[in-house]
Ligand binder design. Sequence first.
Ligand code: DOR
Ligand code: ZN
Length: 350
Amino acid sequence: MVDTIKLPGLIDPHVHLRDPGQTDKEDFYTGTVAALAGGFTTVIDMPNNLEPITTLERLERKIASAKKQTVCDIGFYFGTLGDNFVEFPKVVDKVKGLKVYLNITTGGFTVDPTKLSAIYRAWESTKPILLHAEEDVLDEVFKTVSEQPKTTHVCHVSSKKELEFVIRAKEAGLPVSCGVTPHHLFLTDEDAKSLKGYGYMKPFLKSKVDQDFLWQHLKYIDVIESDHAPHTKAEKEADPPLFGVPGLETTLPLLLTAEAEGRLTRTQLIERLHTNPARIFGVPVNEDTYIEINMNEYVIVNDELLTKSGWSPFAGWHVIGRVHRVVLRDQEVYRNAQVLVQAGNGQILS
Ligand code: DOR
Ligand code: ZN
């Protein structure tokens, strides 16, 4: 008999679906199909498109494109380079938060940390400010959030030092949450050597000591976010490769496998993939939105993935847990790798 489990629809608050602008890597249809295949019924998309989403007009164009294509629910973040504050009041009701890149990554729209304080002042909303903030900028972040305690989510915490910063901020009573990616939980700088470009992302993969620290301090990690960042194989084999790895279809099986190995509990898994992201990012939950998962072991195979990018740094891994059915608001939307609804069936969240 096949063992099947049921979980609430998962929420991934950190994806890059590349639409508009780079739909050779992914688009709103293929990205949300990959989300369903991975058990995610809601994703929230980052603003570092080819043309960064820093104006109302660009945001509206992006939302219009999503409306026609998505098969799961989707929300968006706004972007800033510190020079578009007049846009903030125009977009605040249409987005799930504001993303600020304080370190170099894909798209190259890095904000100088000295501008952070002015950005915090201009964001007059309780919706979260999300930070790409690696080790070198954390002092500036602590100072800003201490002076202006606005809701802050630190994305993809990858090292002991970064998580220690989050712990210190939480213990100081600051309104800070954090996410960790599956690649930082399951891969290290040793894997980066053999994966080459396919193990190249920002933040970079870290040491085993850093990785162990993340697992040992799971109670401080609010969210496990895929940072689904598809690029083509050619781009990953180039010198230098582009930063980022796809993750929507591998996050849940990696975590269910870790659960079977006794590394986290079912409750901890549901908190980080559903309850906490729903609370932090204001995603409505619905009892009639759920997923069913076949708990047999299988091997992750690139050619079976539904992301347009067609590869995973976890190809060849033996894992437990393949999503076989997804029900969204009482409607069966996915069964056995088939999407059962038309493009545009997903809801746009505001
Ligand atoms: O590796 C990454 N890729 N890290 C990021 O912060 C951005 C992402 C992307 O957009 O490719
Ligand atoms: Zn990202």
